[in-house]
Write a protein that binds this ligand. Structure first.
Ligand code: F6R
Length: 608
């Protein structure tokens, strides 16, 4: 939700800020703005809509000279996505400008107080209080003033602040929203995400909550809320710049779909050694599994659906009860959780606000938290007792693909490892399953290769008013994610149902030509799902079945078939989701949708 950047150095700031914002646009894209220090004045440019509008307005930054500045791309929370509500926000006298990612929870109270003191508010945002507070408390020292103001704010923030008195300095502050500092040579940066920084520097300082930074072209000083300097490690990141570029693909989503065999392979191989699963992630090998009597998996959106699929692996391979909970619900459910609970937290971004809150709630009740996260150094990775990274590389498209399949990969590895450690799998079964798991990258590649007709199928289904996804057990878990992919990028209403539930209500919705995607890869339940296909066919549905080669009966009942390779049923979701990602992609493309940036969404949901 929102991306912020800052720069101070020898180069022109505006083009660097704009390039950074382009990289962060996936975080929010309804309005944008930059503030550039021009001598002792701040020049402000804001637009509604995309960064391209801002580039046009500023002639790609050429019309806004200056060597330091801040920028913002917004996902609206408080106030409509208009130019006035776009960041940066300025003080009434134009002396200060700020950008903010997060939510100021006590803004209404603060706004009342500031209005009584004569401050005039231009926007409906929560953020504007911050700039007026800075103005009110300014004592000639920006760093001290930001510390003072931060102590008044409740909520979450990554803040960037500039002051006309000091045109080469940018001050940043972090609490519960991501913020990284890029350390350069004669120039320094900050940003919400490393993708905005890697074109310029790979030396990164990860700020922790409650930390501040005073950034000038010569140095970066990190300090705490008492103003005391903190010594921070500079991390060298290896991310390939091209990983954050489209690399010849029309959309990031398609590129990321195609990257899945490599991403899954990278996630798996470092953890496979001498015919066993060996974690290179700190602390995990020492985890006392016998102390847990249940597993609770929590996450949001697709990560939650990965948890739904992973549940079957834990239950079958470890014989331990598993609850999968939506983080946005779990956080308020007064959950029955104690020190005997292993909490598994899934998050691509590592910054999802509901997931963080659910995690904190469960940890406060004694649960041990193991996070599965893609973004190194993110909040969830830092809070968790143990973290396993998915090595998917940067995921830019708002709809997750490789994030989801790499989460599944870690869940499968974990379930298999735990099953062995808990004595629920003998060596023979463990070895067999491990061999099968190792073929996952190849199976995903096969699933990508064996369906060249999906763009044609998309032409058949793209005008549907609604699409139903049905399946049982592991197939049902895939149906959940398949339906989400379809609705979020193509805007077609899509619903997933456990196939056995159809006759308890949903079948009333089936009539002539209603598309039904039937997931039918779970060998043990195939017969049952085929009866459900027959039932919807009898009511006029058009059935697109997803199945493995060799099931002749489906050929005779379905209208269209998509094949996926046969895999061990507990691991089947990873290959089975591939054609559904492609189907959603090509349907959205047929419908002319903005695939990488679907309307109303953002990549990183850092608000409740
Ligand atoms: C859907 C999608 C979202 C995310 C969800 C959680 O394609 O991407 O549903 O899965 O917002 O995000 P993370 O995994 O970053 O916590």
């Amino acid at each position: 939700m929102c991306g912020i950047v800052g720069y101070t150095g020898n180069h022109e700031a505006a083009p660097i800020l704009l390039e950074g914002l382009k990289k962060l646009e996936y975080r929010g894209y309804d309005s944008a703005g930059i503030a550039v220090m021009n001598g002792n004045a701040i020049s402000l440019n804001k637009v509604s809509g995309r960064i391209s509008n801002l580039c046009e307005k500023t002639d790609d930054g050429k019309a806004t000279p200056g060597h330091a500045g801040i920028g913002h791309t917004r996902w609206a929370t408080h106030g409509a996505p208009t130019v006035v509500n776009a960041h940066p926000h300025m003080s009434n006298d134009g002396k200060f400008a700020i950008v903010h990612n997060g939510i100021i929870e006590n803004y209404l109270l603060l706004r009342d107080e500031l209005q009584q003191k004569g401050y005039h508010f231009n926007s409906q945002t929560d953020t504007e209080v911050v700039v007026h507070l800075i103005d009110m408390y300014y004592n000639g020292n920006l760093k001290d003033t930001v510390i003072k103001v931060a102590s008044i704010l409740q909520g979450s923030y990554a803040l960037g602040v500039v002051c006309a008195d000091d045109p080469e300095t940018v001050v940043a502050a972090k609490k519960s929203s991501p913020l990284l500092i890029g350390v350069g040579n004669g120039e320094n940066y900050f940003a919400s995400d490393v993708t905005a920084l890697v074109p310029y520097t790979r030396d990164i300082i990860y700020l922790d909550d409650g930390e501040f930074a005073e950034i000038t072209r010569e140095k970066v000083v990190v300090f705490d809320s008492t103003g005391k300097d903190i010594s921070k490690e500079i991390n060298h990141v290896n991310w390939d710049i091209q990983a954050a570029e489209k690399g010849g693909y029309e959309h990031f989503m398609l590129k990321e779909i195609m990257e899945q065999p490599n991403a899954v392979n990278a996630t798996m191989t470092t953890r496979l050694k001498d015919g066993d699963i060996v974690w290179d992630d700190p602390g995990l090998d020492a985890l006392d599994l016998s102390s847990f009597n249940k597993i609770v998996i929590t996450a949001c959106g697709s990560a939650y659906y990965a948890g739904c699929a992973g549940r079957y692996a834990f239950e079958q391979l470890c014989r331990i009860p598993v609850q999968v909970e939506l983080a946005s619900e779990l956080r308020y459910n007064d959950p029955i959780i104690d020190e005997h609970t292993l909490l598994i937290v899934l998050s691509q971004s590592g910054e999802t606000a509901d997931t963080i809150a659910a995690m904190r709630e469960c940890m406060s009740r004694g649960a041990s938290a193991l996070s599965i996260v893609n973004v190194v150094g993110s909040t969830i990775a830092k809070i968790a007792d143990y973290t396993i990274y998915t090595w998917a590389g940067p995921e830019i498209a708002v709809a997750t693909t490789k994030g989801y399949t790499t989460q599944l990969t870690v869940l499968y590895l974990l379930a298999l490892w735990m099953g062995k450690k808990l004595g629920k799998l003998d060596d023979e079964r463990f070895n067999l399953l491990l061999e099968s798991l190792k073929t996952l990258p190849d199976s995903i590649q096969e699933a990508l290769d064996m369906n060249p007709m999906i763009p044609e199928l998309a032409k058949k289904y793209h005008q549907a008013k609604a699409v139903f996804f049905i399946g049982r057990n592991t197939d049902y878990a895939v149906a959940l994610e398949g339906a989400l992919k379809m609705k979020e990028i193509s805007y077609i209403h899509a619903e997933s149902y456990a196939a056995g539930e159809l006759k308890h209500g949903t079948i009333a919705l089936i009539d002539d030509h209603q598309p039904v995607v039937a997931l039918c890869c779970n060998a043990g339940l195939q017969e049952k799902t085929i009866s459900n296909i027959v039932e919807v066919k009898a009511r006029g549905a058009e059935v697109l079945a997803v199945t493995c080669k060799g099931s002749e009966e489906i050929v005779s009942v379905a209208d269209d078939i998509i094949y996926v390779p046969q895999t061990e049923t507990v691991f089947s979701a990873a290959a089975e989701i591939i054609p559904l990602q492609l189907l959603a992609y090509y349907v959205a493309k047929e419908n002319g949708c903005d695939i990488d940036k679907p309307k109303n969404l953002a990549k990183s949901v850092t608000v409740e």
